[in-house]
Structures are given as structure tokens and as C-alpha cells.
Design a protein around this ligand. Structure first.
Ligand SMILES: [Zn+2]
Length: 414
């Protein structure tokens, strides 16, 4: 048996903030055995914490890509790198997620086999403090955007067999529904890659196989198709409207706004060489995105935090925290912001809640301070605990460890 006890001043359980502690959270054999008010003083070996919450969920990342690499030529050349090189990048990215307190990442696709390889490797390790949902490849149309992460569907008749094939070993079905944003023109490139009937076919087939769908989608034409077909989650969703959001709320369609890649282009225009007019477009796009995030919150749309880490200028781990700050700046309350990166994505994907309650598997993080007092506390993760495994901050990195001490020491100390 393994045992550990956390004594914390405050905690957030994935839905609500519990203040007025201290509280004791007892961990036994990798699960939360009890959560209760605590009196007296902590024993030797207790983890004394200012704040505890569930591990963070990053709902949109490309684990094989290094978002911190800013050089366009190097980024292009990397797409021809060998598998060991890409696996090494992915491992470095996992470490960055752990440093940021992320314990679950949903990958958004790559065509090199990296996301599945990483998922399978993590599943086989009992010392892992992070896990990955892997779609394998997404689906797209020939000669359209998304070649690095998706395979082509040429004829509509291929939809059924392709989705069946992807669902065999993929956790979710990723659809590249639209092109990317043309920042100079301030619009989305091209018509949607799939029409309403085709996308409905994809979603219905995926659901029949027990898989959720998530669609790369920006611009009104694509958003109309995504909502009509009832995808489970709209990714990016730039050029959002109130009307689309109202229908998303009705149909329980989640939104992962991924501010970070566009914000990077705005914050560092010299990297891509954007002129003043383009910077103005970027600012307008971001302001509208922020406004619609607030409307989404007001209408009760399931907002989920995802950064599109791996994209140009979007580093793994820290960018998820940036994304939470974009939600805060849009005016969302902290409780709701934290929900978007903890219980809500888990619920969306049909996973156990990872809440701070007796009987749950331990999947939690310890912060230096309460983010309810000081939002920057989200950037100060002290410890990550998943099952019997843990990682503790040491300098600039995280040191792996195991939670284990005997409960007797607690009784003696009391
Ligand atoms: Zn993406």
C-alpha cells in the first residue's frame, strides 16, 4: 500500500472553489481516500500546500511540433525529420506540459505516427504523470489545408470506411473542415472542405463507433456546416457570431477558441514580417474572438481551453496557461476558467472527472499560491501527482518521484 497526505489551505475540485481550510486530502494506492477539514498541525512527511486542484487538460496540441521554434525554414525542414527526432521533440514537449501542471493532452493530429506512439508509450508506464488522447490522423480533402496532420478523402463514398479505419485505434475523429486564416485579407481561405451531408456522415459514423468529433473550423461558412452537422467540438472558430454560439449552446457543441497562434502573430509581427494593416487585422480578429468568448460564457456554451501548442510561436505547457489568461481577459470568472481546463473537457470526452473527492483516482497539482488571489499562481506549479507517481519542481524543471510513506508516521505525529 502507498500512502500520502496533503494539507492545503484552499482547493478547487474542478467545479467549485473551497476556501477556509485547512483541508486534509489523503491519498492511498493512487486514489483519493478522503477529503476533510483539518485541525492541528501537519505531520512530518505531509505535503503542505497553499492550493490544490485537478491536473490541467490541454484540449488542442500537436505533440510532435516544437512551438518555440520560430524560424520558418527550420519549421519546414522539420516536417522531413526522422521519427526518432520527432519523438525526442515530443518528449521535450511532455516535460513542458508537466512543468505547467498539464496531466492530460488531447493531440490534434500528425501524419508521422507520433501522437499514437507517445500515447501508447505513456500507457505502458506506471511512473507517468501525463497521458495523451491520440486521433492518429485527421481527415481532409486532397490539395487542401492540413497535409501534416490528416489523410485525404477523395470521394464521399470513402467517408464511412475511412472513419471506421481511424476509429479502430484513434481516440477522437479530427476533421479539417476549413482552411487557415489569411491574415493579410482578414478572411478564411477557401470553401469548407466537407459539405453538410458529408460532415453529418462523418459525425454519425464516429458516434456509432463511440468516438467524439472535433473540427478545425474558422469562418462563417464552415461554422454553419459544423453546427448543422453537430460536431462535438469546434476548434479555433475565428469569425464567430452570436447566432452560431446560440445554436452551439442548444446543441451542446463545445468551443476551443485557441487564441494563442493568432495572438503570437499579433504580438510578434516582425517574425512573419506583417505590415501595419495586417497587425490591425490581427488585433480586430483577437478583439472579436475575446468578445465572442464572453458571449459564449453568457450563453452557456461549453468553453474548453486549448492552445494549439506546436503552432508557430505556441510553446507547449505555458501556452495553455496563456489561453486561460485570454479567457480571464475576456471577462470570465476564475472558477469558470479553471473548469474549462479541468472537469469540462473530461466530461466532453466521457472521462472520469478527476475531481478532488474520495474515491477518485489521484490526478492533481499543487500550486505555490491560490490563483483566486493571484492569477499568476497558475504559472507556479510546485508538484504534479498522478496515481502513485509524482513530479516536483526543481529549478527550471520537474523531478520525477513516487509518493509513498507509511500512515503510521501520521498517527505518531498526531
Ligand atoms: Zn491544431
Amino acid at each position: 500500500m502507498t500512502y500520502s497526505r496533503i494539507v492545503t489551505r484552499d482547493y478547487f475540485d474542478g467545479e467549485r472553489h473551497y476556501r477556509g481550510g485547512p483541508f486534509a486530502i489523503e491519498l492511498r494506492d493512487g486514489r483519493i481516500a478522503s477529503v476533510a477539514p483539518f485541525t492541528g498541525s501537519p505531520a512530518a512527511g505531509d505535503i503542505v500546500a497553499p492550493f490544490v486542484m485537478p491536473g490541467l487538460v490541454e484540449a488542442h496540441a500537436h505533440i510532435f511540433l516544437d512551438g518555440a521554434e520560430l524560424d520558418g525554414d527550420k519549421r519546414g525542414a522539420y516536417l522531413k525529420a526522422d521519427l526518432p527526432t520527432m519523438m525526442a521533440t515530443a518528449h521535450a514537449n511532455l516535460d513542458k506540459h508537466t512543468l505547467a501542471g498539464v496531466t492530460l493532452v488531447r493531440d490534434a493530429g500528425d501524419r508521422y505516427g507520433v501522437n499514437k506512439a507517445i500515447r501508447d508509450e505513456l500507457r505502458g508506464r506506471d511512473d507517468a504523470v501525463i497521458s495523451l488522447r491520440a486521433p492518429g490522423l485527421g481527415i481532409k480533402r486532397p490539395k487542401r489545408y492540413g497535409a501534416f496532420m490528416a489523410r485525404d478523402i477523395v470521394a464521399s463514398s470513402e467517408i464511412g470506411p475511412t472513419v471506421e479505419d481511424l476509429a479502430r485505434d484513434g481516440d477522437d475523429i479530427k476533421i479539417i473542415l476549413t482552411g487557415i486564416i489569411d491574415f493579410v485579407a482578414g478572411t478564411v481561405k477557401g470553401e469548407p472542405q466537407f459539405n453538410r451531408e458529408e460532415l453529418t456522415d462523418i459525425v454519425t459514423t464516429a458516434h456509432r463507433l463511440g468516438r467524439k468529433t472535433f473540427a478545425h473550423c474558422s469562418g462563417l461558412a464552415g461554422l454553419e456546416v459544423a453546427v448543422a452537422a453537430g460536431v462535438d467540438s469546434i476548434e479555433h472558430g475565428f469569425f464567430m457570431t452570436r447566432d452560431i454560439l446560440a445554436r452551439m449552446a442548444d446543441k451542446n457543441i463545445a468551443w476551443v477558441p485557441t487564441f494563442s497562434p493568432v495572438h503570437f502573430q499579433w504580438a510578434r509581427p516582425e517574425v512573419a514580417g506583417w505590415d501595419g494593416a495586417t497587425v490591425d487585422n490581427l488585433r480586430r480578429i483577437l478583439d472579436s474572438h475575446s468578445e465572442h468568448t464572453a458571449i459564449a460564457h453568457e450563453l452557456g456554451v461549453m468553453l474548453v481551453a486549448g492552445s494549439d501548442a506546436g503552432s508557430h510561436g505556441v510553446d507547449h505547457g505555458s501556452s495553455l496557461i496563456d489561453e486561460l489568461f485570454h479567457f480571464l481577459h475576456a471577462g470570465l470568472p476564475m472558477e469558470s476558467v479553471l473548469t474549462s481546463a479541468t472537469s469540462r473537457p473530461r466530461k466532453l470526452w466521457g472521462l472520469p472527472p478527476a475531481s478532488i473527492a474520495a474515491g477518485q483516482d489521484a490526478e492533481l497539482i499543487v500550486l505555490d499560491r491560490s490563483p483566486f488571489e493571484q492569477p499568476d499562481a497558475l504559472r507556479a506549479v510546485r508538484q504534479v501527482i498522478v496515481g502513485n507517481a509524482c513530479a516536483e519542481r526543481r529549478g527550471e524543471g520537474m523531478k520525477p518521484g513516487r509518493l509513498d510513506r507509511q500512515p503510521e508516521t501520521v498517527h505518531e505525529a498526531q
